[in-house]
Write a protein that binds this ligand. Structure first.
Ligand SMILES: Nc1nc2c(c(=O)[nH]1)N[C@H]1C(S)=C(S)[C@@H](COP(=O)(O)OP(=O)(O)OC[C@H]3O[C@@H](n4cnc5c(=O)[nH]c(N)nc54)[C@H](O)[C@@H]3O)O[C@H]1N2
Ligand SMILES: Nc1nc2c(c(=O)[nH]1)N[C@H]1C(S)=C(S)[C@@H](COP(=O)(O)OP(=O)(O)OC[C@H]3O[C@@H](n4cnc5c(=O)[nH]c(N)nc54)[C@H](O)[C@@H]3O)O[C@H]1N2
Ligand code: SF4
Ligand SMILES: [Mo]
Length: 907
C-alpha cells in the first residue's frame, strides 16, 4: 500500500517540510510539503534525495561491545549493553565523582532526545558535562543575542526576507548552505528590482554572485567592518537617535570607539576599498527595512560573540529591528540547533533559556525536575571536554549523533583524547564514521524517516518529525536509549527516584514536560501540544497558553528581555584572528560547505549522484599562490601546520583572494587518507561562547611529487552493491601516499578510487587492487602495458559494456570514462578507447553539457525527451530539471523553442 507521511528534512536549519512516500513498509519516494510554511513544497538537492539515503548497508543493527577498540565488536543484547554501560558509568562516578563522566551530543537530535540527555546529566548524575556540536556551530550566536538583546531568540522570520529593502549577508553562504532561504532571496530580488544585496565574505561565493556589493574582507575582520559602518552611520546622520535614546543603553561608549574606525582605517583592516564601506553603510542606514543574515563566517571565530554583537549593533543604532523586513537574523545550521538551545543543551545553559550561573534558575529547574539541586559548577564545553578526556579529568564519554573524530578542530588532540578515555559509548545510526573506531560500545539509533518528535527551525518554528517506517534491526530511538540507560544507572547509583524522573512512555510525554518548563519564559510554548501541531501545522514560538498564533516577529513592542527592558550596546574592538599568517605559514585556510554534501557524509556520502558536482576532495587556491609553488590544477600538495597535515589535490578557483585557500569540511577519513580540514584547523576558542575558530588556520602548502597516478572506476548494478564495494575500497586508504575513494553516477552507480605514489606500483599491488574491484579476470579484459614508462592499464567489459577500468602510471582518460560509464553509454565500439592515453573523449562520444546542475540533467537527456514531444512541464515532471533553483529554466525554454515541432503534436 502506498502512503504519504508528513515529516521534516533532517539536514539544515531551514527546516523544510517533506512528504515521505512509503510502500509496503519501505520509503520509496519523497516530495516537498506544499503546506509547510518554511518551504511551501520546495526542496534543495539534499532534501530531494533523502529517500535515496535509506540504504541500510552501513547501518548499525544491534548493540556491539568491543573487547579492544578498532576491532569488530561482539553482538550483545540491549539489556547487556546498557547494564554494562551503566556499571561503567556508575563505577566511574563512585570513584571519581559526577564530573568524571560527560555527554557529547548534537543539534541533530530531536528536542525530546535532547531534553532527556540534559536531565540525565544535570538532574540525575549531577554534572553539567553535557555539551554538543552546537558549540562548534551556534554558541557565538547564542552569546551574541544574549549580550545585546537579553535573550537567545532570532527575532525574524523567512517572511522578512521578502519584505526587506536591503539584505546584508555576512559570513554566510545560503546559496549552498541554506538553499531554500536563498530561493526567498531570489524571490525578493525578482519582486523588487531596487533591492540591494550586500555580501561580506573573504571569498566570492555562489551567494556573492547575486550581490550588488561584495566585500571580500580579510578573514576575521568583521568587527572592524561593523564598527566602520557604524562610524559612517554616525557621520552621515543615518542613526535612529530616538530609538537609541528610548530603547537601548551603552551607545555613548560604543560611539566613542566607533569614532576611531573611519573608512580609511577600516579599509586597511579589512583589505577592501573605503568607498565600499561607505556604500554598505549608506544602503543599510537609509533603507526602510534592512535585514542581516549571518552564520559560521561570524560564529566560528575567537571573537565570534563580538562579531554577532557587531552586526546586531547596526540594527539597534538604526532601529532596524522589530518591524517587517528588518532585523538581525542568525541562520541556524543544524535541523534542531534551536531545539537544543531551548532545552538548555549546552554545558552553561539550563532548560527553557535559563542560565546555569543564575542560582534562581537552578532552583527553578531543580523544582521542576523534583531534585534537590542542579550543580552550580559549569560543565566543560566541547573543546575543553575533549582536552579533559585527554588529561584524564573526564574518564567516560557518551557520544550521540555527532562525529567528533572528524568535526572537531585539531584532530590529533581529539583522537589522542578518545584513545586516552577509559570508556567511549557511541550512539549512531551508521557504523562507519571516523568516531566509530574509538568506541567501546556502539549503540544503533533509529534515523530520519524512523524517529518521531519535534524540531525548531531558524525562524523559531516548531514542527513535528514523524516516522514513516520502522527502524531496521534492533535500532532504537535516541530518547528511549537515554531513558533506559538513565533508569539502569539510577538503580546502580542507589537512587529511588529514577522512575519518577524518567516516567516517559513516548516523546509526547517528554514534550509536555519540556513545555511546562517554558511557562513564563521568553520562549513560552504552553499553548502548544502535539495535537495542536497535528491539526494546525508548524507553529512559531513564543506561543503561550491562550494564544491563537505564535509570534512572527519579536521586539515589535521595543521592549527587550533585559533588567531595564533596553537592548545593550557593547564596547567592542577589532581583534585579529587567532593565527596570523607568517612567512612559514603564509596561507589562511578557510573551510565550510559544499551544496550536495552534509558534514561527515554518513548519509549524503551514500548517494552516488550527490558526488557529481565534486567527487574528490579539492583544495581551492588562488592562481598566484599556485604558480608561486609550482602547482597547476590537478597537482597534489601537502597542507600542514604544527597540528597536522593532509595530502590533497589542488584546483584553481575564481573568487579567492591571494593568500587564502578553501577546503570543504566534508571530507574525512572515510574518503581520504587524513582527517581532512580539521587535521590543521585551530582549536582556539572565543572567551564568551567557547566556540572554536574553525574558519581560519594558518598553513603551509607545498607541492608533492607523486609521479605515478592511479585510478579505478567500477560500475555497479545497484547502490547497495556500490556501497559494499566502497567499504572494501576503504581498506586501500592507507595503501598509497595519496588515496581517495568515492562514488559517482547517474544511470549507473560507480565506485571511484584515485591514488598516487612516488614509485611505480608493483604488479602484486595492482593485482590486489584488481581483485578488490572484481577486475582480476581475463574474460572480456583488455590490457595495456608499457614497461619502460611503467604504465599498466586494464579494462573489463561485460555484455558489451564497460564494467571497470584500472589505470596505473597514466590516468588521462579517467574523466570522460567516468562520465560515459556513469551514463551507461559506453557501447562496444568505445571499449577499445578505454585505455587510450587521451584526456579528450573520442569524437564518436557525445560531449555532454549539464543543463540543470541541481537535478543533474544533461542537454542530451533533454533532447531525447524533446524528440518524444515533451514540453517544459513534462520535462520538469519526468527529469525534474528546472524544479529546484529554477536558474536553468530559461535555458530549457530555449531548448524547447529551438526544437523542431513534433509532427504528431502539431497535427
Ligand atoms: N550543503 C550543506 N548545507 C549545510 C550544511 C552542510 O553540511 N552542507 N551544514 C549546516 C550547518 S550545521 C551549518 S552551521 C550551516 C553553515 O552555513 P554557512 O555558515 O553559510 O556556511 P559555511 O560554508 O560554513 O561558511 C559560510 C561562509 O563564511 C565565510 N567566512 C569564512 N571566514 C569568514 C570571516 O572571517 N568573515 C566572514 N564574513 N565570512 C567568513 C566562508 O568563506 C563561507 O563562504 O550550513 C548548514 N547547511
Ligand atoms: N573545519 C571545519 N569543521 C567544522 C565546521 C566547519 O565549518 N569547518 N563546521 C562545524 C559545524 S557548524 C558543525 S554543526 C559540525 C557538525 O559535525 P558533526 O556533528 O560531527 O556532523 P555530522 O556528520 O552531521 O554528524 C552527525 C552524526 O550523527 C549520525 N546520525 C544521524 N541521524 C542520527 C540520529 O537520529 N541519531 C543518532 N544517534 N545519530 C544520528 C550521522 O550518521 C552522523 O555521523 O561540524 C563542525 N566542524
Ligand atoms: S534547504 Fe535545508 S531543510 Fe530544506 S530541503 Fe534543503 S537541506 Fe533540507
Ligand atoms: Mo553547524
Amino acid at each position: 500500500m502506498r502512503t504519504e507521511v508528513k515529516s521534516t528534512c533532517c539536514y539544515c536549519g531551514v527546516g523544510c517540510g517533506v512528504l515521505i512516500e512509503t510502500e509496503d513498509g519501505a520509503i520509496t519516494g519523497l516530495r516537498g510539503d506544499p503546506e509547510h510554511p518554511a518551504n511551501r513544497g520546495r526542496l534543495c538537492t539534499k532534501g530531494a534525495s533523502l529517500h535515496q539515503t535509506v540504504d541500510s548497508t552501513y547501518r548499525l543493527f544491534f548493540p556491539e561491545m568491543r573487547a579492544r577498540r578498532g576491532e569488530t565488536g561482539q553482538r550483545v543484547s540491549w539489556g547487556q549493553a546498557l547494564d554494562d554501560a551503566a556499571e561503567r558509568f556508575a563505577d566511574t562516578i563512585r570513584q571519581h565523582g559526577p564530573d568524571s563522566v560527560a555527554f557529547y551530543i548534537s543539534g541533530q537530535l530531536l528536542t525530546e532526545d535532547y531534553y532527556v540527555f540534559n536531565k540525565l546529566a544535570k538532574g540525575l548524575i549531577g554534572t553539567n558535562n553535557v555539551d554538543t556540536n552546537s558549540r562548534l556551530c551556534m554558541s557565538s550566536a547564542v552569546a551574541g543575542y544574549k549580550q545585546t538583546l537579553g535573550a537567545d531568540a532570532p527575532p525574524c522570520s523567512y517572511a522578512d526576507i521578502l519584505n526587506a529593502k536591503v539584505i546584508f549577508i555576512s559570513g554566510a553562504n545560503p546559496a549552498i548552505a541554506h538553499p531554500i532561504v536563498f530561493r526567498y532571496i531570489e524571490d525578493a530580488r525578482a519582486a523588487n528590482p531596487d533591492l540591494k544585496i550586500i555580501v561580506a565574505d573573504p571569498r566570492r561565493t555562489e551567494t556573492a554572485e547575486i550581490a550588488d556589493l561584495h566585500l571580500p574582507i580579510k578573514p576575521g575582520s568583521d568587527i572592524a567592518l561593523f564598527n566602520g559602518m557604524l562610524h559612517v552611520l554616525m557621520a552621515e546622520d543615518l542613526l535612529d537617535q530616538c530609538y537609541i535614546d528610548a530603547h537601548t543603553s551603552g551607545f555613548a561608549e560604543l560611539a566613542g570607539i566607533a569614532k576611531n574606525y573611519p573608512p580609511e582605517r577600516v579599509a586597511e583592516l579589512c583589505g577592501i576599498p573605503a568607498e565600499a564601506i561607505v556604500q554598505a553603510a549608506r544602503w543599510f542606514g537609509a533603507s526602510k527595512a534592512s535585514l542581516s543574515l549571518y552564520c559560521q563566517g561570524l560564529n566560528q571565530s575567537v571573537h565570534g560573540t563580538h562579531n554577532n554583537v557587531g552586526i546586531i549593533h547596526l540594527h539597534l543604532a538604526t532601529g532596524q529591528i522589530g518591524k517587517p523586513g528588518a532585523g538581525p537574523f542568525s541562520l541556524t545550521g543544524q535541523p534542531n540547533a534551536m531545539g537544543g538551545r531551548e532545552v538548555g543543551g549546552l554545558s552553561n545553559l539550563l532548560s527553557a533559556h535559563r542560565d546555569l550561573a543564575n542560582p534562581e534558575h537552578r532552583a527553578e529547574v531543580a523544582r521542576l525536575w523534583g531534585v534537590s539541586d542542579v550543580p552550580a559548577k559549569p560543565g566543560k564545553s566541547a573543546v575543553d571536554l575533549f582536552k579533559a578526556l585527554k588529561s584524564g579529568e573526564i574518564k567516560a564519554v557518551w557520544i550521540a549523533c555527532t562525529n567528533p573524530a572528524q568535526s572537531l578542530p585539531n584532530q590529533a588532540g581529539v583522537r589522542e583524547a578518545l584513545r586516552a578515555a577509559d570508556y567511549v559509548v557511541l550512539q549512531e545510526t551508521y557504523g562507519n564514521t571516523d568516531t566509530a573506531e574509538f568506541a567501546d560500545l556502539l549503540l544503533p539509533a533509529s534515523g530520519w524517516g524512523e524517529k518521531h518528535g519535534t524540531v525548531t527551525n531558524s525562524e523559531r518554528c516548531i514542527t513535528r518529525v514523524r516516522s514513516a517506517v520502522a527502524a531496521p534491526g534492533e535500532a532504537r530511538h535516541d530518547w528511549e536509549v537515554a531513558v533506559d540507560f538513565a533508569r539502569r544507572l539510577g538503580q546502580k547509583l542507589g537512587r529511588d527516584d529514577v522512575d519518577r524522573l524518567f516516567p516517559y512512555a513516548d516523546p509526547e510525554a517528554i514534550f509536555d514536560e519540556h513545555r511546562e518548563s517554558t511557562r513564563g519564559r521568553d520562549l513560552d510554548i504552553t499553548g502548544l501540544s502535539y495535537a495542536l501541531l497535528e491539526t494546525q501545522g508548524p507553529q512559531q514560538w513564543p506561543f503561550p497558553a491562550g494564544a491563537s498564533a505564535g509570534k512572527v516577529r519579536l521586539y515589535e513592542d521595543r521592549r527587550f528581555p533585559t533588567a531595564d527592558g533596553r537592548a545593550r550596546f557593547i564596547p567592542i574592538e577589532h581583534q585579529p584572528v587567532a593565527e596570523i599568517t607568517t612567512p612559514e605559514f603564509p596561507i589562511s585556510l578557510l573551510s565550510g560547505r559544499m551544496r550536495d554534501q552534509w558534514h561527515g557524509m554518513s548519509r549524503t556520502g551514500t548517494v552516488p549522484r550527490l558526488f557529481n558536482l565534486e567527487d574528490e576532495p579539492l583544495l581551492a587556491m588562488h592562481p598566484c599562490d599556485m604558480r608561486h609553488r609550482g602547482l597547476a590544477s590537478g597537482d597534489l600538495a601537502r597542507v600542514s601546520n604544527g597540528r597536522g597535515e593532509m595530502t590533497v589535490r589542488v584546483s584553481e578557483r575564481a573568487g579567492l583572494v591571494k593568500g587564502r585557500a578553501w577546503m570543504p569540511m566534508h571530507w574525512g577519513g572515510q574518503f581520504m587518507n587524513s582527517p581532512g580540514a580539521n587535521a590543521v584547523a585551530s582549536d582556539a576558542i572565543d572567551p564568551y561562547s567557547q566556540q572554536p575558530e574553525l574558519k581560519h588556520a594558518a598553513v603551509q602548502i607545498a607541492k608533492l611529487d607523486l609521479p605515478y597516478p592511479l585510478a579505478v572506476l567500477r560500475r555497479c548494478a545497484s547502490q547497495s552493491e556500490a556501497l559494499a564495494l566502497l567499504q572494501r575500497a576503504r581498506t586501500m586508504l592507507s595503501a598509497f601516499p595519496y588515496v581517495t575513494v568515492g562514488l559517482y553516477g547517474r544511470t549507473s552507480p560507480l565506485v571511484v578510487l584515485r591514488g598516487a605514489a612516488g614509485e611505480p606500483v608493483a604488479d602484486a599491488h595492482l593485482l590486489a587492487l584488481d581483485r578488490l574491484f572484481g577486475l582480476d579476470g581475463d574474460d572480456g579484459a583488455i590490457v595495456y602495458v608499457d614497461a619502460t614508462r611503467r604504465i599498466n592499464k586494464k579494462a573489463i567489459a561485460q555484455d558489451g559494456r564497460l564494467l571497470g577500468v584500472r589505470l596505473a602510471g597514466e590516468t588521462l582518460a579517467q574523466a570522460w570514462l567516468k562520465q560515459a560509464m556513469a551514463e551507461d553509454e559506453l557501447d562496444a565500439s568505445l571499449i577499445r578507447f578505454a585505455l587510450a592515453p587521451t584526456a579528450k573523449p573520442p569524437v564518436s562520444m557525445v560531449a555532454r553539457n549539464i543543463v540543470c546542475k541541481c537535478a543533474d540533467v544533461s542537454d542530451d537527456q533533454i533532447q531525447k525527451e524533446l524528440a518524444h514531444g515533451a514540453d517544459l512541464p513534462q520535462l520538469q515532471q519526468t527529469l525534474k530539471c528546472g524544479t529546484f533553483c529554477g536558474s536553468c529554466v530559461p535555458d530549457i525554454k530555449r531548448m524547447v523553442a529551438a526544437h523542431p515541432p513534433n509532427m504528431a503534436a502539431a497535427a
